[in-house]
Design a protein around this ligand. Structure first.
Ligand code: AMP
Length: 146
């Protein structure tokens, strides 16, 4: 897993969400892409192979409480990732989902889908090995660079 640069110095460690700890680097993640405002990484309990989470580097619980420029910017940030996912995975398209019932830090799920059931969060999650996660991460990153 890859550690990111520190990015949330104003928040004390104890008060940080698990996703802020991922951005800061104290919890590892399979990072896909990062800029000044957003961070994308593989979901550790994927619904399907290639399930990506996109998060803002600000701690806001509910998605629609994000500032307008963060809301729109999050989709623009996600675009090259979704395009790369469509190249890498055998999917009809990349589906989007906002749930947020587990982690109180706004996030967008990007999921390669072939049917609506691929977005069913009640279904059993995949268990992947470190090697599988690393391979998926590397394939998405390589496809973004083409
Ligand atoms: P929800 O808040 O309901 O949208 O779900 C949160 C998502 O975050 C779930 O799909 C989890 O598998 C995922 N998740 C939780 N902790 C981690 C982590 N440390 N690394 C990657 N994904 C995570």
């Amino acid at each position: 897993m890859q550690k990111s640069e520190p990015g949330l110095s104003r928040i004390t460690n104890a008060a940080m969400t698990i996703f802020s700890k991922i951005i800061q680097g104290s919890i590892p993640s399979y990072k896909i892409l990062e800029d000044e405002r957003f961070y994308a990484f593989l979901d550790i309990n994927p619904l399907v192979k290639g399930h990506v989470l996109v998060i803002p580097k600000t701690e806001t619980d509910k998605f629609f409480d994000l500032e307008d420029d963060y809301l729109s910017g999050m989709l623009v940030f996600s675009k090259p990732i979704a395009r790369a996912m469509e190249k890498v995975f055998d999917c009809n398209r990349v589906g989007l989902s906002v749930v947020g019932l587990e982690v109180p830090h706004a996030h967008l799920h990007l999921i390669p889908i072939n049917s609506a059931d691929d977005l069913n969060f009640n279904r059993r999650k995949l268990k992947l090995s470190t090697e599988e996660f690393e391979k998926i991460r590397d394939r998405i990153i390589a496809a973004m660079e083409k």
